[in-house]
Design a protein around this ligand. Structure first.
Ligand code: CP
Ligand code: NVA
Length: 312
């Protein structure tokens, strides 16, 4: 039976912790600078990925990261598994732990990820839940730092749905990296208050702060990164009704002009031009979204090496 000793799950930024995240980022920069680095580091290791929701970037960047590190991947749709017929995530995790070396899960329901992580004997990676998307936000931080230097203590802004996985994970990042995070959203789509209070305290201890703003221009004034995400996330039940509430928070040229002169635009993708972002912004000079998507792969490599405890 595989040993559970030193099992390293990558579930949430807070659980992983600041110093480990810094180490993963350091590794990601090195892996990007030298694409031969770690070439056979994960030889004979297999990652099983389970998708209960669609994915392009997470699926392909983890697949490529494993291949480039010499490992292998099995990518499965939950619809083709007994999960779809009621087999529990815990039982699935126990079985997969006998075959594979790590498991990634994308699911609408965070409790399914926790059940899998606590029952698996191998590392479990969060490939997105409705509550968080830690792999994405680490790639976003890498993209910011490549262009603008250390993100610690910097002013960054997020406009749009303050309740979704990306906004919630930025709140966690603000607490850990001491960001001055301003989140522009309507009252109907404000982030969880308890999470804001907890992360604000942590951010303040590190010289940052978290402010929830109603005025989109005030929310981005002076910020060095403007971020947004789709208005309707996977698993959203109230889909169409969000558009009217969120339309004042579209990131367009007027919004970007209110940010710092060197501000970049970030979006985890997929994007809906004309909804959360205008075409001029996402396809314009200040957009860093293609680097951001590429950086998913470099960060995934570093996350995998950390999960497996492999030094290069
Ligand atoms: N940003 C992101 O996670 O993209 P996918 O949904 O395509 O994986
Ligand atoms: N908030 C989005 C992110 C997609 C990568 C969603 O959950 O659909």
């Amino acid at each position: 039976m595989p040993s559970r000793v030193s099992k390293r799950d990558f579930i949430d930024l807070q659980a992983v912790g600041f110093s480990t995240l810094r180490e993963i980022l350091r590794q990601a920069y090195a892996l990007k600078a030298d694409t031969c680095l770690g070439r056979d580091a994960l030889r004979d290791r297999v990652l099983v990925m389970i998708f209960e929701a669609p994915s392009t970037r997470t699926r392909v960047s983890f697949d490529m990261a494993m291949r480039k590190l010499g490992g292998e991947v099995l990518s499965l749709s939950a619809h083709d598994m007994q999960l779809d017929r009621g087999e529990t995530p815990a039982d699935t995790a126990r079985v997969l732990s006998r075959y594979a070396d790590a498991i990634l899960l994308r699911t609408d329901d965070p409790s399914r990820l926790y059940a899998m992580a606590s029952s698996a004997a191998v590392p479990v990676i969060n490939g997105l839940t409705t509550a968080s998307h830690p792999c994405q936000i680490l790639a976003d931080i890498m993209t910011f730092e490549e262009r603008l230097g250390s993100i610690e203590g910097q002013a960054v802004s997020y406009l749009g749905d303050g309740t979704n996985n990306v906004a919630s994970t930025w709140l966690e990042a603000a607490g850990l990296f001491g960001l001055k995070l301003r989140l522009g959203c309507p009252a109907s789509h404000s982030p969880n208050e308890e999470l804001v209070l907890r992360m604000r305290l942590r951010a303040r201890e590190r010289g940052g702060d978290i402010v929830v703003e109603r005025d989109p221009l005030a929310a981005v004034r002076g910020s060095r990164a403007v971020m947004t995400d789709v208005w309707v996330s996977m698993g959203d039940r109230d889909g169409g009704s969000k558009h009217n509430a969120l339309s004042p928070y579209r990131v367009d040229d007027r919004v970007m002009s209110a940010a710092s002169a060197d501000a970049i635009f970030l979006h985890c993708l997929p994007a809906h031009r004309g909804e959360e972002v205008s075409g001029e912004v996402i396809d314009g000079d200040r957009s860093a979204v293609w680097d951001e998507a590429e950086n998913r792969m470099h960060v995934q490599k570093a996350i995998l090496l950390w999960c497996f405890g492999v030094e290069i």
